[in-house]
Design a protein around this ligand. Structure first.
Ligand SMILES: [Zn+2]
Length: 105
């Protein structure tokens, strides 16, 4: 098991739901450029982010590696905006904002 999954399991076991929620929502407060810096192991980015002290670098790094950042923004099929972060649904691109909107329904 990787570190990220291990940590999430630990949070679940300790019923630290707020921590799990924080990790799930982290993508909304971290800019794509900052995610790239995390992926490049640039720890200076920590200064630009407001993170709780339980969130260590390894967890942040593995979190960032789970996010696909594409260099060429693609057009979202729902809002027609160009976005860097998002997911593919049946070969079609849905931006992160729309994805969370759908998920929240
Ligand atoms: Zn969209």
């Amino acid at each position: 098991m990787n570190y990220y999954d291990g940590k999430m399991l630990e949070f679940a076991r300790k019923r630290q739901v707020d921590r799990i929620k924080f990790m799930e929502n982290l993508g909304r407060s971290v800019l794509p450029q900052q995610i790239k810096r995390i992926q490049q192991n640039d720890k200076m980015v920590m200064k630009d982010l407001v993170l709780p002290d339980w969130l260590d670098w390894d967890l942040l790094y593995e979190w960032s590696m789970r996010r696909r950042v594409v260099d060429n923004p693609r057009e979202c099929i729902l809002c027609n905006e160009k976005a860097e972060l998002g997911v593919d649904f049946n070969m079609k691109f849905v931006c992160e904002g729309c994805f969370f909107r759908i998920k929240g329904m």
